[in-house]
Design a protein around this ligand. Structure first.
Ligand code: NA7
Length: 563
């Protein structure tokens, strides 16, 4: 069965529920007593800022708490050298501020971390969101009080408050994965996780080691190799890297995009990956070998891993199809890397299925005299010693700085740091003990009026449009339920959403690799689908269906009368 057919079959097999009880949306009037909010949003990244904006627009008394000292989320924390977005600049932003789309400056095809961070700072300022944000404040505990239909909140500042609705926008990649390395405290140099980067650093006379070669490790390597005295890349699994061919955008190109933004966003929201490129509807073996090579070559030269992965519609579904693009990339690695042993170690053996790494000059960087590759598959880490990192062959790799570009405990990791308790005191941690789940990625049964932006099984696509989609859905749901509503999802609906997400994942080669998107990168974490891989278009269609049938899968009713 083709993937499309399989998917339609799966979608049709979702057993929708009869409408729950509905009430007309109540109008929010005035402010609640101090330290009680209609809604509390947690996290000031792309999702949280927009959620704050939307709930304020609804007329709710709303506050946002953010553990960092500024807005930005991922783009606040991940300010390591080389940090950059891998999505075209013109669609790595909000779609809803038309004026801003036309006027906010950006001058190249991809945005660096300082640029994305500045953009989010600008949005917060322009829309006066900072007045509603309490910085340096994390959510430490949240307990649902059924008798009052409120969430009792405890903050890292020890403040207590109550909120009717609680929206967590904690970010899917927020909890760092810090590997346990023997005797790390003996090391005399500095150790940094890439997402906990020092404000000031100068590596020009330093010998730097980087553990990890995902998007982060790859970006760090290319950037640091140009400045540091020496860089060693400690690689466990070789990864496919595709150049982005970053270039300036001319005034004419920008004007053309500005004039075409309506169509561009329609296409983004109506596509699978939401990356802003036309997605293929032809399969790998529908063209001749020569034609296929030409198409790969064109895409490689244009740049971007996601577009290369999407040259044909079955690359992530069919192993044979996938092998054709791997074979093509092996040729590129062979051209780029001079030393045969390094080339061999750098060449991946797994399918091209993880979220692609898009970065200029990765493989070529290994030709530099100040860069070295160590394969941890051949010589695993033994321990840290005073002067560096010792591998199993007894070699001590001398280091001044060790960088852990070791990724994240995606989606659920950050929730494990917060004590969230729903009905009958059930903890979210316990609810997710056998695998993470949330209905449509936003609601967990037994945790009424809690909404999780990018909760388990949210769409695995370009993040800003996915965040917008979820935020709008949550806002409409809150409006529908009103100022004393109780919104809960049904266990069956959650299960069906989780099963669907898992079935789609299993149809994809992504299920065969050890990625954060399935939790396989974290020792001991249950491997399951953490994202909905059906694409944004499909996700939106499903949401529309849920709404048009009266919010199927949700129970919505009014809470106890307020005194
Ligand atoms: P990733 O993609 O999860 O990469 C983490 C890297 O760290 C990867 O190379 C891992 O090797 C390596 N790693 C993790 N733990 C260890 C240990 N214990 N020993 C050695 N190597 C280890 O995280 P990134 O931050 O690069 O990117 C995450 C996303 O951010 C990315 O997909 C973009 O969406 C932006 P492994 O492959 O597991 O063998």
């Amino acid at each position: 069965m083709s993937f499309q057919k399989q998917l339609s079959h799966l979608i049709l097999s979702i057993n929708y529920f009869d409408s729950a009880l509905f009430h007309k949306p109540a109008k929010y009037s005035g402010k609640m007593p101090s330290k009680h909010f209609d809604a509390l949003v947690v996290g000031a990244g792309f999702s949280g800022l927009y959620q704050l904006y939307k709930l304020r627009e609804l007329g709710l008394s709303v506050q946002l708490v953010e553990i960092g000292e500024d807005v930005g989320g991922t783009w606040y924390w991940n300010h390591y050298p080389g940090a950059s977005s891998d999505t075209y600049s013109h669609v790595y932003r909000y779609s809803w501020d038309k004026e801003d789309l036309q006027t906010y400056p950006w001058d190249s095809t991809y945005l660096t971390q300082p640029e994305v961070h500045s953009y989010l700072r600008h949005v917060a300022d322009k829309h006066h969101l900072r007045d509603l944000i309490q910085f340096n404040t994390g959510l430490t505990a949240a307990r649902y009080d059924e008798s009052l239909n409120v969430w009792q909140i405890e903050l890292s500042t020890k403040e207590l408050l109550t909120t009717h609705y609680l929206v967590t926008a904690l970010g899917p990649l927020s909890r760092q994965n810090v590997p346990s390395i023997k005797n790390i405290d003996f090391f005399q140099g500095q150790v940094y996780h890439s997402a906990d980067w020092p404000k000031h650093h100068d590596f020009s006379d330093k010998r730097v080691g980087i553990i990890g070669n995902g998007s982060t490790g790859s970006q760090l390597l290319v950037a640091l190799a140009k400045h540091a005295k020496h860089v060693t890349s400690f690689q466990r699994t070789p990864q496919w890297n595709v150049p982005n061919n970053k270039r300036s955008v001319t005034a004419e190109e920008r004007a053309k995009i500005n004039a075409d933004y309506d169509r561009i966003w329609n296409e983004v929201f109506d596509s699978r990956l939401a990356f802003g490129f036309k997605e293929s509807n032809i399969s790998t073996f529908s063209v001749s070998d020569g034609e296929r090579q030409k198409m790969y070559e064109e895409e490689w030269n244009r740049g971007n891993g996601a577009t290369l992965m999407a040259v044909f519609n079955d690359i992530v579904l069919d192993k044979r199809a996938n092998e054709t693009v791997c074979d093509f990339m092996r040729g590129k690695i062979a051209e780029a890397v001079k030393d045969p042993e390094t080339r061999c170690r750098l060449t991946p053996t797994e399918p091209f299925a993880r979220r692609p790494i898009t970065n200029d000059g990765y493989y070529e960087t290994f030709n530099r005299d100040n860069v070295r590759l160590v394969s941890l598959r051949e010589t695993p880490i033994d321990e840290m010693v005073k002067t560096g990192l010792k591998t199993s062959d007894g070699i001590i790799h001398r280091l001044d700085v060790l960088i852990l570009a070791t990724g994240f405990d995606a989606c659920t990791g950050i929730y494990n740091k917060v004590d969230i308790r729903g009905r009958n005191g059930e903890t979210l941690k316990a609810h997710w003990a056998n695998g993470a789940s949330a209905y449509l990625g936003v609601s967990v049964p037994g945790f009424p009026n809690l909404f999780t932006v990018f909760g388990p099984n949210a769409p695995f696509v370009n993040m800003p449009p996915a965040a917008e989609t979820q935020v709008r859905f949550i806002t409409d749901l809150i409006q529908r339920a009103g100022n004393n509503g109780v919104v809960d999802s049904q266990s069956d609906a959650e299960k069906q959403w989780t099963d669907l997400s898992n079935q789609i994942l299993q149809a994809s080669l992504l299920s065969k690799v050890a990625t954060w998107a399935t939790g396989k990168n974290i020792p001991g974490k249950k491997a399951t689908s953490l994202f909905f891989m059906g694409g944004l278009k499909m996700y939106r269609q499903l949401l529309d269906d849920v709404v048009s049938k009266g919010y199927t899968g949700f129970d919505i009713h009014q809470g106890p009368p307020r005194s």
